[in-house]
Structures are given as structure tokens and as C-alpha cells.
Ligand binder design. Structure first.
Ligand SMILES: Nc1ncnc2c1ncn2[C@@H]1O[C@H](COP(=O)(O)OP(=O)(O)OP(=O)(O)O)[C@@H](O)[C@H]1O
Length: 472
């Protein structure tokens, strides 16, 4: 993957090139806006990194519609003018990140890597490898705040608390911090504290000595020790029993653990990332979560937005998962824009996890290579809020009715239009006949069809006009 670097200061360009190459990129370097535009017209780049003050103009103002034309190419802007104005102008271009000079060169390189990772859900045109770089997909403003927070903790060992509803990607964030951070050579150990029986939590986390309790046939290293040199991810921290919370707090405070049944304190060298989908504040108030533990863990909070608050990420996520499904042996499929929009309108109460499962199901069941709304709609959960309503209530009702019909009938692909018209005709004719009191001549006139056609269709649909005749 090649990054286009526009920087007229040769020494800065050299340093940035080295850092980007260390991140695994190839770099094409140029000094001017004119060269930049020529290169952009010629080929695709994974990202554009540009200075602002260039010999032939302003690197931001000259961007014009570059972002529109290269929608999936992140733009990273470097500037010596640390004014709010430059920052705002940079953001207006759709830039992924704005770096005031002087900046941390490694952070810049990682941000580019991350930006490319997040843009990697580009349409399946086969040009951009998907899944490289950061595994997190989504370029919404909400996710950019998340990325910014991630970049801030990569070079330190500050404890991170990832908060958010189930399925929003909390574990993925923990993995990203580990993978991109300075502990990446060490292990990433994840432990779901909610899944371990209360009486086993301590031995799971801190280990036990041989004979510490019945069944402890050998010494066992706990997760803290297993994570030495790496990262320990404590998931579902809000579900931890009180006693284990106390032990955990002690370990965090002292920086050491004692194995169950052991005497010695063993120093721990693990970066701690905790996560929960619980709202800890009320739990603290109710005495269910230790306040001091909360402050220990909540050094750097990262709040994961629910998917419904960043629905502009849904199409990219959906396409990303379709691609993943292909790599796992499911047939190659792609989403039409209409289908992607329909997906973006769903509430996704189970967040990204629900969307992911849905897309895998879709990839499995869709018969056509192009997945359009007719393939999506029948699989949508029934309790979904459905597409946003139109201005007037009636069009909304109709849309809902059609969607319900699609869900319940599930007509075979290739027959939907015909089946839908048949399904629609019957109640329509019945209603009009009801209005005309079974008078077929007036009904045909109102419908604007030939009387004989109406009669024939009524026969085919099994509708007896007699039943609508009003009797005194
Ligand atoms: N931004 C994203 N880009 C790509 N995949 C994502 C993203 N967010 C979540 N996923 C995927 O969605 C699934 C759920 O994510 P994850 O397990 O990280 O959620 P979680 O918030 O930890 O959930 P829980 O609270 O239930 O443990 C995973 O398969 C993950 O890979």
C-alpha cells in the first residue's frame, strides 16, 4: 500500500518516509500541489499525507473535491500553523486527522496505519486489501474520537476502561491498543470475568499453588502472570463479585499478585485494559462496585458509541463483514447502495455484533451475487424500528406493511415483483368492491381497468364480487 506524501521540506519528508516505511507502507513523495494532483489522477493511494504551506499554494484550500473524488482515501494534514482556523479548514476537507507541527513522527505513522485500516471497508473493487492495519472499521466522527483516544495510550501503560453497550467493539479496541502499542511483542490475554464461577476467579486471575485447594494438582499461573510483558484484558468487569474486586484492587495497587495458597508476591508486568457494558456509577451507589477500584481502572476512559448513533458506519461495516465472510468460505457477494442504506436504517440493538451475524446470514442465504433490498428485507428482525418514516404517516405505514409482507411471505428471488402485485391486488380489489357495493362496472372504472379484465382477475384471485353486494 502506497501513501502519497506532499511535503516540500526535504528533511521532514525523509523522517516521515522512514516512519511510514517502518509501518509497512510504500511512500511516494512530491513537493508541490501540481505534482500531487497529477499523481492522484494517475493512481490510487492508500492515504494522502500533506503539508499546508507548499511552494505553489495552500495544501488545504487546494484540496477542493479531492475528498469527494477519493472518498475512501484518508487525508492527514500536517501544519506548522497551529491555529483553530487551520484545524477547522483541515476538518472541512474531510481529513482524517490533523497534526499540528511539531508532532510525534511515530504517532503520525500509526495514525496513517489506523486511518487506512478504518477506510479499508471500501467497496469491494479489489484494489485495496481489506483487513490490513487496524481491525476497526468506521470513519464516523464518533469513531474518530475513539481512534484519537487509542493513539494516546499506545506508548504508555495507562490503564484503560472501555465502556459501551454489548457488541460495540470493546474487545476489538483492547486488541487494537495491544497490537499497535509498544507491548505488541508480548501476549494479549483476555479474561471474561463474568464467565468464571465466583469461587474460581481468584485462581484464574492470580493463579494457585499446587495443593492450594482440592483439585489444584499442579501450580497454575494466573492471567496476570500469563500476560507478563503484554496486555491483560479484563472483560465484563462490572460483573465481578465483591471479593474478587477487592483482590483485583490490591493487585493493581501493589503491582503484584499472590497465587492462591502461595506466600510470595509476584510482580506483574501487564498493561491493564478493562471493559464493561454496565453503568458503573449506579452500581457504585448501590454498593455493588468498589468506588476505589473504579478510579483505579478509569484512568483513560474510552466510550464506544452504539451503532445506531453512527449509522453512517453501517455500509462500510456491512461490506467489511461480507468480505470477511468470503474469506471464511462463503460465496462472494456485494451490497447494492440501496441495501446498504436499508441496513443503515435499522436500530441494531445488538450493535456491531448483531450486524456482523446478520451479514454472515445474508451471505449464506442470498442467491444473487448482488445483494439488494429484496434479499435484505426478509431477514431483518421483526422488532426492528424499520426504515425512517416519511413525512406523512401513510407512506410510512405502507412501507412497514410491505416490509412485513416481505418478511412473512419470503417469496423466492426472481418472483418477488409478481408475487407482490398479486398480494397487493387482492386486498385492493376487495376494498374498491366494498366501496362500490360489489358493482363491478364502477369498480373497474375506479380502478381504471377494463371490466372484463377485472372479472378475469377476480376469478384468478378467488374473489367473489357477490360478497360485497350490500343487501338491505
Ligand atoms: N469497528 C468495528 N470494525 C470491525 N468489526 C467490529 C467493529 N466493532 C465490532 N466489531 C466486531 O463485532 C463483534 C463484537 O465486537 P466485540 O466483541 O469487540 O464487542 P464488545 O463490545 O466487546 O461486546 P461485549 O460487551 O458483548 O463483550 C466482533 O466480532 C468484532 O470483531
Amino acid at each position: 500500500m502506497t501513501v502519497l506524501l506532499v511535503e516540500d521540506d526535504a528533511s521532514i519528508a525523509l523522517v516521515i518516509t522512514a516512519a511510514l516505511e517502518a509501518e509497512g507502507f510504500e511512500v511516494t513523495h512530491c513537493d508541490t500541489i501540481a505534482q500531487r494532483d497529477r499523481l492522484l489522477a494517475e493512481r490510487r493511494f492508500a492515504a494522502l499525507v500533506t503539508d499546508v504551506m507548499l511552494p505553489d499554494g495552500d495544501g488545504i484550500d487546494s484540496l477542493g473535491d479531492v475528498h469527494d473524488r477519493h472518498g475512501d482515501m484518508p487525508i492527514v494534514i500536517l501544519s506548522a500553523q497551529n491555529t483553530l482556523d487551520t484545524a477547522v479548514r483541515a476538518t472541512d476537507t474531510g481529513a482524517f486527522e490533523y497534526f499540528p507541527k511539531p508532532f510525534d513522527i511515530d504517532e503520525l505513522a500509526r495514525t496513517v496505519r489506523q486511518a487506512v485500516g478504518s477506510a479499508s471497508a471500501a467497496p469491494l473493487d479489489g484494489e485495496e486489501p481489506i483487513g490490513s492495519g487496524l481491525p476497526l472499521v468506521g470513519r464516523s466522527a464518533a469513531m474518530q474520537s475513539v481512534y484519537r483516544m487509542i493513539t494516546r495510550v499506545l506508548r504508555n501503560d495507562l490503564t484503560v476502561l472501555v465502556l459501551g453497550e454489548s457488541g460495540t467493539g470493546k474487545e476489538l479496541v483492547a486488541e487494537a491498543i495491544h497490537q499497535l502499542g509498544h507491548r505488541r511483542a508480548g501476549p494479549f490475554i483476555a479474561v471474561n470475568t463474568a464467565a468464571i464461577p465466583a469461587e474460581l476467579i481468584e485462581s484464574e486471575l492470580f493463579g494457585h499453588e499446587k495443593g492450594a485447594f482440592t483439585g489444584a494438582v499442579a501450580r497454575h499461573l494466573g492471567k496476570f502472570e500469563q500476560a507478563a510483558g503484554g496486555t491483560l484484558f479484563l472483560d465484563e468487569i462490572g460483573d465481578m463479585p465483591m471479593q474478587a474486586q477487592t483482590r483485583l484492587l490490591r493487585a493493581l495497587q501493589s503491582g503484584s499478585v499472590r497465587r492462591v495458597g502461595g506466600r510470595d508476591e509476584v510482580r506483574v508486568d501487564a498493561r491493564i485494559i478493562a471493559a464493561t457494558n454496565k453503568d458503573l456509577q449506579p452500581m457504585i451507589a448501590a454498593g455493588q462496585f468498589r468506588e476505589d477500584l473504579y478510579y483505579r481502572l478509569n484512568v483513560v476512559p474510552i466510550a464506544m458509541p452504539p451503532l445506531r448513533e453512527r449509522s453512517d458506519d453501517v455500509p462500510a461495516l456491512a461490506r467489511h463483514f461480507l468480505h470477511l465472510a468470503t474469506t471464511e468460505g462463503l460465496p462472494r457477494r456485494y451490497l447494492t447502495d440501496r441495501a446498504a442504506i436499508l441496513l443503515g436504517q435499522q436500530p441494531w440493538r445488538g450493535n456491531v455484533r448483531e450486524l456482523k451475524n446478520f451479514i454472515y446470514r445474508l451471505a449464506l442465504l442470498a442467491r444473487e451475487e448482488a445483494i439488494d433490498i429484496d434479499a435484505v428485507a426478509p431477514l431483518l428482525p421483526e422488532d426492528g424500528d424499520g426504515p425512517a418514516s416519511g413525512e406523512d404517516g401513510e407512506s410510512f405505514d405502507l412501507e412497514t406493511a410491505v416490509r412485513r409482507w416481505l418478511t412473512s411471505e419470503r417469496p423466492a428471488a426472481g418472483t418477488i415483483h409478481e408475487t407482490a402485485l398479486l398480494a397487493f391486488e387482492k386486498p385492493l380489489f376487495a376494498l374498491v368492491l366494498q366501496e362500490t357495493g360489489g358493482n363491478q362496472v364502477r369498480a373497474a372504472q375506479a380502478l381504471g381497468i377494463n371490466r372484463n379484465t377485472l372479472r378475469k382477475r377476480l376469478g384468478e384471485l378467488g374473489l367473489d364480487p357477490e360478497q360485497f353486494v350490500r343487501r338491505p
